[in-house]
Design a protein around this ligand. Structure first.
Ligand SMILES: NC(=O)c1ccc[n+]([C@@H]2O[C@H](COP(=O)([O-])OP(=O)(O)OC[C@H]3O[C@@H](n4cnc5c(N)ncnc54)[C@H](OP(=O)(O)O)[C@@H]3O)[C@@H](O)[C@H]2O)c1
Length: 272
């Protein structure tokens, strides 16, 4: 599929009121796709929707919490009611979370898993009949943290690692139906100032600035997501650091875990 073939396609991007999701909506919109925006805040969606309409994009906003299966059923039904079809589902909605295993409460674990893992599963479940019909694409926005258990971020790592198992099963179950599923392992990316992180106690706080880390632009992530769809790739690993981690995990996994333990010391200095 070429990039021009996205013209007129219907693309639903969860968590598109800000950040990578918003950049992805803008990018697909520029490529001629019709866009269904989603997030919990109707106010944020209205702002992004108006921006896209000003660019000439056909757009519909549907506020829904992806951790709630009923809300996801409503989200997909609204998308179909408005556009009559669904070609691409980008499961992007997600939260950052932190906490050591000893301090992270069951409630904080549940919150991370319900949004980052169940959120993608819920949306995909209700979208599958429509995506099978269109021979479309499901994209799962994952992270470098899905390839290792990151100390200080076990719940986040587990929620993203779970997406890998889900994607592999989906890729095999739907191979005959020609339905594409792509996993995008996103590396460190520039954050919106409004971005927050869930703490081990279940409280959200502003995310601290990353020190000494080169971050990718949100637009470059959006472009990679679009390429994953048009080239029907099973998986994509972003950023130089992400690619280096991928290779090192094959040939020198001990080094990766040594570096993770070192970054855990920095984590402890940041949060103690
Ligand atoms: N930034 C990075 O460095 C990085 C690295 C690797 C992977 N990622 C992944 O990329 C994705 C986007 O991250 P980001 O940095 O753009 O985060 P962000 O700026 O916090 O944006 C997340 C978006 O998801 C929405 N959202 C959160 N919970 C939701 C829910 N329960 N239901 C529906 N929407 C929900 C938020 O809107 P509302 O609050 O209005 O719902 C927001 O629009 C996430 O899956 C993240 O794990 C990011």
């Amino acid at each position: 599929m070429s990039v021009s073939s996205l013209n007129g396609k219907v693309v639903l991007i969860t968590g598109s009121g800000q950040g990578i999701g918003k950049a992805t909506a803008e990018h697909f919109g520029k490529l001629g796709a019709r866009i269904c925006l989603n997030g919990r805040s109707a106010g944020k969606l209205k702002v992004v929707g108006d921006e896209l309409r000003a660019m000439g994009v056909h757009v519909q906003e549907v506020a829904a919490d992806v951790s709630d299966p009923q809300a996801c059923e409503h989200l997909i039904a609204e998308c179909i009611r408005h556009f009559g079809q669904l070609d691409v589902l980008v499961n992007n909605a997600g939260i950052a979370s932190r906490g050591t295993i000893a301090e992270t409460t069951p409630e904080s674990w549940e919150q991370t898993m319900k949004i980052n893992f169940n959120g993608a599963v819920n949306c995909t479940y209700y979208a599958l009949p429509h995506l099978s019909e269109s021979k479309g694409s499901v994209v799962l926005v994952s992270s470098m943290a899905a390839k290792v258990g990151v100390p200080g971020h076990a719940a986040y790592s587990a929620s993203k690692m779970g997406l890998t198992a889900y994607a592999r099963a989906l890729q095999n179950e739907f191979k005959k139906e020609d339905l594409h599923c792509g996993l995008v392992f996103v590396g460190f990316t520039e954050n919106e100032t409004a971005k927050e992180i869930l703490g081990p106690d279940g409280e959200y706080k502003s995310i601290p600035n990353r020190k000494g880390v080169k971050t990718a632009s949100r637009e470059s992530v959006a472009q990679a997501i679009a390429r994953c769809v048009t080239q029907r790739k099973n998986q994509v690993t972003l950023t130089l650091m992400g690619k280096a981690q991928h290779i090192l995990l094959k040939f020198a996994p001990g080094l990766v875990y040594f570096l993770l333990r070192r970054s855990f010391r920095e984590y402890e200095e940041t949060y103690r």
